[in-house]
Design a protein around this ligand. Structure first.
Ligand code: PMP
Length: 417
């Protein structure tokens, strides 16, 4: 079936207006208009976020919590407001359940090194899935090395869906935690995490969800999911780099030992011992990324302003359009065809290495990603070392998908495929 032309869609989504919010998009790269399709790696920032960060440094910069002067009060108020925005964004019950971290990677390491060290021992088991990002594998491997625990891995099928029957059979009385991606960055699979959490809870096992690829694309409700931990990164949700969120149920966070020691995470310190501050401050040692947190709050408001449901529908339209356009190409194989997919498309072309695909696309101004996407086990499952990946955001257009398709045609010409 041939791909429908862009005019067959009548999108009501205000993509052109949204594009105006992103100054970086309006440039030429290698003499061609930039087509930015590397959103799975990081998403561009709207003026609102850039301006809020600059405004903070121009007018309000001071350290939070410790100051008695006006600037410190303003910085503290803005930092606290960002926490409340993040709380509302994922519908957490309490702002104390929001810990600011550097990103998803730090959030997972924090849980592994605090909750993990307190609750996981020799012979215990942690369940992951085959499609995890290295950020949701390596911290658990480190914990296993430190404690003598073991990883159990739920396999995925040929489409890239977790085989739920096998997942359910992995539980034993030694299972201490499930750590699972909400959305796979390599395959696009949206995991049925509500169901996976129910299964884990039926065994009394808590669940950490890696939401790095979900937060920018779908509404997250941690209370409805009933997950125990949820992690996401600011830079993938239109916010700054170096800031992210770890959500944890208050009772769990309360019972966890601190992560790093230092200023701001203490109530009282003497050489005999230290009383720790209450959550979330117990986990926020030292001076934090205050500008980043403020920028993140603005980014989350920006996303809410467009509406996550509308963003998801728009990205889905782009995904379907791209999938149809690529489906008939000889020698092109889409890696990851899960029943439910977020807006990203991984593919390989017989006879062309993924990195060469990426380079030829770049010459045409099209930014995609090529590599193993920090998900080597998922690549191995599909028998490939690397894929090319186009990933969509709210500001991408059907015409940009056309540019992707034209770029791929060029790759095939170069390689005489
Ligand atoms: N998990 C997934 C699914 C991801 O896609 C990423 C980023 N590629 C991460 C974790 C790590 O996120 P960060 O680098 O922002 O810590």
């Amino acid at each position: 079936m041939s791909a429908p032309s862009p005019t067959q869609f009548r999108p009501t989504f205000p993509v052109e207006r949204i594009r105006e919010d992103f100054p970086i998009l309006h440039q030429e790269v290698r003499g061609k208009p930039l087509v930015y399709l590397d959103n799975g790696a990081t998403v561009q920032k709207p003026n609102a976020v850039i301006d809020a960060t600059a405004r903070y440094y121009r007018h309000d910069n001071a350290n939070v919590h410790r100051g008695v002067h006006a600037l410190s009060e303003r910085a503290t108020a803005a930092y606290n407001a960002a926490r409340s925005t993040a709380q509302r964004f994922i519908n957490a019950d309490d702002h104390r359940e929001i810990v600011f971290v550097r990103g998803t990677t730090e959030a997972i390491n924090l849980v592994a090194q605090t909750w993990g060290k307190a609750n996981v021992g020799p012979g215990d088991e942690i369940i992951l899935t085959e499609l995890e990002h290295h950020a949701n594998i390596v911290p658990w491997q480190l914990l296993c090395e430190q404690t003598g625990a073991k990883l159990r891995v739920a396999p995925i099928d040929d489409r890239g869906d977790v085989i739920l029957e096998v997942y359910a059979e992995l539980f034993s009385e030694r299972t201490r935690l499930v750590a699972v991606s909400h959305v796979s960055n390599a395959l696009g699979t949206i995991n049925p995490i509500r169901r996976m959490i129910e299964t884990a809870h039926a065994h009394g096992v808590p669940v950490l969800v890696d939401g790095a690829q979900a937060a920018p694309h779908m509404r997250i409700d941690v209370q409805e999911l009933d997950c125990d931990f949820y992690a996401f990164s600011g830079h993938k949700v239109y916010g700054p780099t170096g800031i992210g969120v770890l959500y944890g149920k208050a009772a769990l966070l309360d019972a966890m030992p601190p992560y790093q020691g230092g200023g701001d995470m203490v109530r009282r310190v003497s050489f005999e011992g230290t009383d720790f501050a209450p959550i979330p401050y117990k986990f926020e040692a030292g001076t934090h990324n205050i500008a980043g947190a403020i920028g993140l709050g603005v980014a989350l408001d920006y996303v809410n302003g467009i509406g996550l449901e509308s963003i998801a529908a728009h990205e889905h339209r782009l995904l379907s359009y791209a999938t149809e356009a690529l489906a008939d190409m000889n020698g092109l194989r889409i890696i990851g065809t899960a029943r439910e997919k977020a807006g990203l498309l991984s593919f390989v072309i017989e006879g062309a290495h993924a990195h060469d695909i990426g380079t030829i696309m770049d010459v045409q101004g099209v930014a995609i990603r090529a590599g193993h996407h920090c998900a080597m086990p998922a690549m191995q499952r599909f028998g490939v070392a690397a894929t090319a990946r186009a990933s969509f955001a709210a500001y991408n257009t059907l015409e940009e998908v056309d540019a992707l398709v034209t770029g791929i045609t060029k790759v095939r010409e170069v390689f005489r495929l």
